[in-house]
Design a binder for this molecule. Sequence first.
Ligand SMILES: NC(=O)c1ccc[n+]([C@@H]2O[C@H](COP(=O)([O-])OP(=O)(O)OC[C@H]3O[C@@H](n4cnc5c(N)ncnc54)[C@H](O)[C@@H]3O)[C@@H](O)[C@H]2O)c1
Ligand SMILES: O=C(O)C(=O)C[C@@H](O)[C@H](O)[C@H](O)COP(=O)(O)O
Ligand SMILES: [Zn+2]
Length: 372
Amino acid sequence: MPATKVIVNVPGEQPYDVRIGNGVLGAFGAALKTTPGLENVSRYLVLSDSNVAPLYLKACKEALAAADLKSCDISVPAGEDSKSIAVAEEIWEAMAQLGLGRDAAVIALGGGVVGDLAGFVGSTFMRGVPIVQAPTTLLSMVDSSVGGKTGVNLRAGKNLVGTFTQPRYVCADTSTLATLDEREWACGCGEIAKSAVIDSDDFFFWLVEHANDLAKRETSVVEEAIARCVVFKAGVVAADKTESRGVRECLNYGHTLGHAIEKLSGYGTFSHGAAVAEGMRFAARLGAALVGTPIELVETQDDLLDTLGLPALAWHAAPDTMLDAMKRDKKTRGGQVRFVVPNDVGVREIVNVADDVILEHLEAWALSKEGR
Ligand SMILES: NC(=O)c1ccc[n+]([C@@H]2O[C@H](COP(=O)([O-])OP(=O)(O)OC[C@H]3O[C@@H](n4cnc5c(N)ncnc54)[C@H](O)[C@@H]3O)[C@@H](O)[C@H]2O)c1
Ligand SMILES: O=C(O)C(=O)C[C@@H](O)[C@H](O)[C@H](O)COP(=O)(O)O
Ligand SMILES: [Zn+2]
């Protein structure tokens, strides 16, 4: 896999490119000018957050101006709390005040929070304007900027309102990762580990071998990890864009428990990636009990997550409270909670798990936390 600039095409009715590399934001405007579906855009709204705007908004707007593209911008407070209907409504109102019409497009400049929020407001404003993703966190480069899941959280649970709307273009400038702190680095590594476990032996054992270098941000390893994740996700999304064919749900590995942790701990207490990593530990153990997931996989995954800076969380809630939160998961059918579990590396299945079995495993999980 090439180490510098990589372009991955996400196939589908409206295929799009994901451009990955150091400095690709500099050529952003020129790339948008030749992107199908953006020919008639008269103004771009750049949505970012209070951490990202001071760092990268100027460069983004300069890249647009250099290609004679007009832009305006809105910044939201950094953090998961901005993924809400209240903030979405403020943005819709601001877009109307700015005089944006159906010839506008929305650029998400930031992490997964900005990406999901911008995707949601863009896909609903005036019944939908084009969306462009310019991810600036590791997590958003490896996962959220690709695939078109947009949305906001409700008090009842994560991502409970949203749309499936593919972006027209994704620009992942890896130079922006230099300003990311340790917590957010590890968060991205959580989704990389998720993709590796459910993808293949090739990805998983490559990651095990390079986990230390990824944690140390070794450039070629980082770029290869991003490219591998995007190639994998592009294939899954192409096969099942709206998660209706039983293929895309695999990307939810670790999320059944992970989303419940995020909700119950107060959104933002744990990063999404840390919660997903915890969910992967739990789901693999459930797999070992229910479908024969090899214990070597459970242990290798534990070691991998440790190396990537994602130790088991010293946090738990009462099992019945956890179960109640998990019942809001979108994979739930007929009131029954379903988990993605790995039968082995690269082989996954969705299992319906009875409440009493989940409670029994949650109790064991809670016990394992005592004394931490
Ligand atoms: N749509 C999807 O397919 C998908 C996939 C995975 C995760 N998600 C969602 O993504 C969100 C998590 O995304 P995230 O981890 O990127 O969180 P985030 O967007 O909150 O970013 C994490 C923090 O890093 C800051 N930041 C962003 N870029 C930076 C940079 N280059 N330098 C310094 N600081 C920077 C942000 O301001 C924020 O404080 C969750 O809401 C999750 O549900 C969505
Ligand atoms: O793209 C997908 O599909 C995913 O499931 C990717 C996940 O990493 C991501 O966190 C997603 O937002 C979760 O989706 P949800 O449907 O469970 O809200
Ligand atoms: Zn996720």
